[in-house]
Design a protein around this ligand. Structure first.
Ligand code: FAD
Length: 518
């Protein structure tokens, strides 16, 4: 059975017994990728239960080096999470709710430690929001049962997606694997079930005495860094100013984006040099913003308060948030994509190159293709890359260099501050044509045309590849051919590591050959 089905049946089978468990001393919420107080389904449910039973709410977060390593979480993202925990602790403390943070090296120890803590606090109710990666689903399924054995009711709520994975099926009763019909069904489902866009209230203030009783929990250590995921002082400063942590920043950004830019999103979103997108992915990935809040607030800004008409910019932006849901649904239904396999298994036979020098050139932004290099340098400097840049850079790695897309997927995860397995895997699968609903393999981005179309004045290139700032006109897109090379050479910009036409032909032949193999 799929891990999500195992979790669902564990929740279903244990429900009657869990409902009989009475609340005694406390209710616990376990934070994971939902680091916010607003519109958090599990946090609110836990708080409600605590209030009804007149007991305090305790919250916790487990920092695990091994867990970060297993999920290839980038140092920038680890730093963002740790900074967010401080904001969260301060906000929760205003309601006398403790946020207990514990550092555990080994991820295997997490479930056992959770059970110990819950018991230590005299609690018999544990709440958390579901995560859809295979390991997390499996861990939660067994934790639900283990909890019951020691008399603890564990509830795993659906919160991270606007529509729960598994709730949308095609007419033939199967999971959609093509985005467009899935999206139509997603919109219709939300219109039929408007409560899906109801936002949860913030938790209630804890009863008097909770602060005194749990003083130690309020004072537990939030580490400044995690082994093997450390940033230099310069990086810490840079990421702190670029990506302020916590849900307050998420809301500021969301409101500003909706007020100022969402209307023009459709027309401008692909322009590499403009700040035309929301830059909210870091918040959606860490859960400092819920996808529901994002969709709800955008919809409320739409003059007809619907998802299928009105302002085009708003509808397009909502459809991008929907891609995030789509990829999580895909992950929950086809968990093998977590196991290094392409969604389209017939692409398993493509023979990839493993050229270390070319990978180095790509990752450092020294391929000789200015738009690819600008995108990679933006990633290395900001932990974030424009969506168009991600598509161009990913396509270049998989198709021009024929490097195994999984190496690129890994590099992105290890450097993105918004790294999210499902979206990253989906984006790589799309670009390499090996994923769910991908672009056809014979569609190979021409980096020169992409550059001219989406960065016509070369502003993006000049920002991220400063050595090319002196190159005038169209030559910026192609400094060796159009600029005749002398100037580019003088400023130390590398020549192309591969020729576009030759790579294109090689790619087409290699994909064809791979697909022809049994
Ligand atoms: P906006 O344009 O403002 O979009 C709003 C939100 O919608 C985003 O924050 C994001 O949550 C969601 N979204 C937008 N486009 C997509 C998409 N194509 N797929 C899934 N969700 C989307 N997104 C991540 O959040 N994490 C990743 O690790 C990630 N890796 C990617 C790798 C590749 C190769 C590609 C092509 C795309 C990847 N994306 C990833 C999707 C997309 O590039 C980013 O979500 C987007 O660039 C973030 O910027 P923004 O917040 O300004 O987006």
């Amino acid at each position: 059975a799929r891990p999500i089905e195992v979790l669902n049946s564990a929740l279903f089978e244990t429900k009657p017994k869990r409902e009989q468990i009475e609340v005694s001393n406390a209710v616990v919420h376990w934070f994971r990728c939902d680091l916010r107080m607003r519109d958090n389904r599990s946090l609110y449910a836990a708080s409600k239960k605590a209030r009804e039973n007149g007991v305090p709410l305790i919250t916790m977060y487990i920092v695990s080096q091994q867990d970060f390593e297993a999920h290839l979480v980038s140092p920038a993202r680890v730093d963002f999470i740790l900074r967010t925990l401080r904001v969260l602790r301060e906000d929760l403390a205003k309601l006398d709710i403790p946020l207990y943070v514990e550092t555990l090296e080994k991820r295997k120890k997490i479930p056992g430690r959770i059970l110990e803590l819950v018991k230590e606090w005299g609690s018999d109710h544990l709440f958390t929001n579901a995560e859809y990666e295979v390991d997390e689903l499996r861990r939660d399924a067994s934790l639900v049962r283990e909890c019951l054995e020691i008399g603890v009711a564990m509830d795993v709520l659906s919160d991270t997606c606007v529509v729960k994975p598994g709730d949308l099926v095609s007419k033939s009763g199967t999971q959609y694997s093509v985005y467009t019909p899935w999206y139509r069904a997603w919109v219709a489902y939300i219109h039929e079930n408007p409560l899906l866009l109801d936002l949860s209230e913030a938790p209630n203030k804890n009863l008097n005495g909770a602060r005194q009783k749990y003083l130690k929990l309020f004072e537990s250590t939030i580490p400044n860094e995690v082994e093997h995921k450390k940033l230099s002082d310069e990086e810490t400063e840079r990421f702190c100013s670029m990506w302020p942590a916590g849900e307050h920043d998420a809301h500021r950004r969301l409101i500003k984006f909706i007020d100022e830019r969402i209307g023009g999103y459709k027309a401008h979103r692909n322009n590499l040099s403009e700040q035309s997108t929301s830059s909210l992915s870091v918040h959606l990935a860490s859960g400092t913003l819920s996808a529901r809040t994002a969709v709800r607030m955008a919809r409320d800004h739409n003059r007809i308060k619907r998802l299928d008409g009105g302002v085009e910019g708003i509808l397009t932006w909502i459809s991008e948030i929907a891609w995030r849901d789509f990829y999580k649904h895909v992950l929950a239904h086809w968990p093998y994509i977590c196991m290094n396999k392409p969604f389209k298994l017939e692409y398993t036979n493509i023979e990839w190159e493993y050229n270390q020098d070319q990978f180095e050139a790509w990752s450092k932004g020294r391929t000789g293709y200015p738009v690819v290099d600008a995108a990679m340098r933006q990633l290395n400097s900001c932990g974030w890359m424009h969506n168009r840049g991600r598509m161009i850079a990913a396509s270049f790695l998989a198709k021009h260099l024929l490097l195994d897309w999984r190496i690129g997927e890994r590099y992105f995860m290890e450097h993105l501050i918004d790294g999210d397995f499902a979206s990253n895997n989906g984006g790589w699968g799309f670009s390499a044509s090996t994923g769910v609903d991908p672009q056809p393999y014979f569609r190979i981005f021409n980096p020169l045309l992409q550059s001219e179309k989406f960065d016509p004045e070369g502003e993006y290139i000049k920002r991220w590849v400063p050595e090319l700032r002196g190159i005038a006109g169209k030559a910026i897109h192609d400094p060796y051919d159009r600029g005749k090379g002398a100037e580019a050479k003088k400023c130390g910009y590398p020549e192309r590591i591969v020729d576009h036409k030759e790579s294109r032909d090689r790619c087409l032949a290699r994909y064809k050959e791979g697909l022809g193999r049994k």
